[in-house]
Design a protein around this ligand. Structure first.
Ligand SMILES: [Zn+2]
Length: 318
């Protein structure tokens, strides 16, 4: 009797620890998903690359490369200076993004993923020059410059994708400035969605590219290594590191087809929501995941309270 109770508890424990390994195959196709029948109309967009991609010029040196027929409606950003360009995210890589990028610039391109999820790291080897955030736990994982991602970091089995090895040319420390020639970006370490998530801030243009940290109507904290403690610390960091007039460009659009855009005040609302959840002043709805309302346009999707992690991966120095 005792043994079977222990056995059940052990199984329950394993099910909790392995919840992502169990949930991902249950909730995803396991192969390349069919394209959406009706692609959202991307305002001011021009079809590119056999019509799968749609390019929007945000200004002469900044382009959003949208995937309106992909279920996750990704927006990838080509950010150019006079000397070099950053490709911030490259979709899931089912379709080749490289010809689209090459048609937009001759500059040398550095690929920098906002985080390591398969729908951001693109096709393995698509870009010759790869930059990755320099964090102790990511460095430790690399063999020289070969960074083999883990299943938890990549999750590509959701769509039948192999786990890639990133050949890293450049390790960029949190807070470091990236000089593109006449334009600088600072790399903000913004974990929460995952523990390797980063944003890029262009202080002169007052634009932040946020990956999945906040993207349109969503802040998502249910993937492996998601942490509400990280989310709160990152929200505070973004608020103190960026101008209040900053426009935030996220990585996933909606049915409306527009570029996922948030204001500085959305990050303030996210911070306040997180504090209210932490202090048990706000309850969400649902059982798994839990949905918390941030404001009239945004929700935070998180795990139930007993699985929430409030300890930052790298606590800010006091
Ligand atoms: Zn993600």
């Amino acid at each position: 009797m005792i043994v079977s109770v222990v056995g059940i508890l052990l199984l329950a424990y394993l099910a909790v620890v392995q919840r992502h390994t169990i949930l991902v195959p249950l909730t995803t196709p396991g192969e390349e998903p069919p394209l959406l029948d009706v692609a959202a109309q991307v305002p001011d967009g021009t079809p590119a690359g056999d019509g799968y991609y749609v390019v929007v010029a945000l200004d002469g040196q900044t382009f959003a490369i949208a995937e309106p027929r992909y279920w996750a409606r990704n927006f990838n950003y080509l950010i150019m200076g006079t000397e070099r360009a950053i490709m911030f995210d490259a979709g899931a890589g089912h379709e080749d993004i490289r010809p689209v990028v090459d048609a937009l610039t001759d500059l040398p391109i550095t690929f920098l993923p906002s985080h390591f999820h398969y729908d951001h790291v693109g096709r393995e080897g698509a870009f010759d020059h790869v930059a990755v955030v320099d964090l102790p736990h990511v460095r430790k994982q690399a063999n020289g410059n070969a960074l083999e991602l883990t299943w938890e970091q990549h999750l590509g089995s959701a769509e039948g994708l192999e786990i890639p090895t990133l050949m890293v040319d450049e390790w960029i420390a949190p807070g470091e400035t990236i000089d593109l020639g006449g334009r600088t970006l600072s790399l903000l370490y913004t974990p929460g969605h995952t523990d390797n998530s980063v944003s890029l801030y262009d202080a002169e243009r007052k634009v932040m590219f946020s990956g999945d940290f906040v993207t349109g109507n969503l802040a998502g904290a249910i993937a492996p290594t998601a942490s509400l403690g990280d989310y709160l610390q990152s929200a505070k960091k973004v608020l103190r590191s960026t101008d209040a007039a900053t426009i935030i460009r996220g990585a996933h659009g909606s049915e409306s087809g527009g570029i996922p855009t948030n204001d500085h005040s959305d990050v303030r609302d996210l911070r306040d929501t997180l504090i209210a959840i932490r202090d048990r002043k706000l309850e969400g709805t649902g059982t798994f995941p839990i949905t918390y309302v941030i404001n009239d346009k945004m929700i935070l999707v998180a795990e139930p309270r007993w699985l929430q992690d409030w300890t930052p991966t790298y606590p800010d120095e006091k």
